[in-house]
Design a protein around this ligand. Structure first.
Ligand SMILES: [Zn+2]
Length: 89
């Protein structure tokens, strides 16, 4: 299995679409967050395949994530400290 590397340009959280949990036959659609990520969360313990998963999250999604996932399972890395993002536009 190949892990998807964290996307430093776009938050990788998926949010339910505006219809919420009720899909009415349209399938379970999730919309990818479009915010710029500021943190990377990495699993502290490798999964069964021996790989540690990681993903980028914006501040908003991190707050949601933290409520669902106790800190002890993940390590947080501040993207801005790790590398200076290139100016865009
Ligand atoms: Zn986000």
């Amino acid at each position: 299995m190949k892990l998807i590397p964290p996307d430093l340009k776009r938050c990788q959280a998926l949010k339910p679409n505006k219809r919420g949990p009720f899909s009415f036959g349209s399938g379970h659609k999730m919309i990818r967050c479009t915010n710029k990520p500021i943190f990377i969360v990495t699993e502290k313990e490798p999964a069964e395949d021996g790989l540690k998963g990681s993903m980028s999250l914006c501040a908003h999604c991190l707050a949601v994530f933290s409520k669902q996932m106790p800190d002890k399972y993940v390590e947080l890395t501040n993207i801005k400290k790790e590398e200076s993002p290139k100016k865009e536009k």
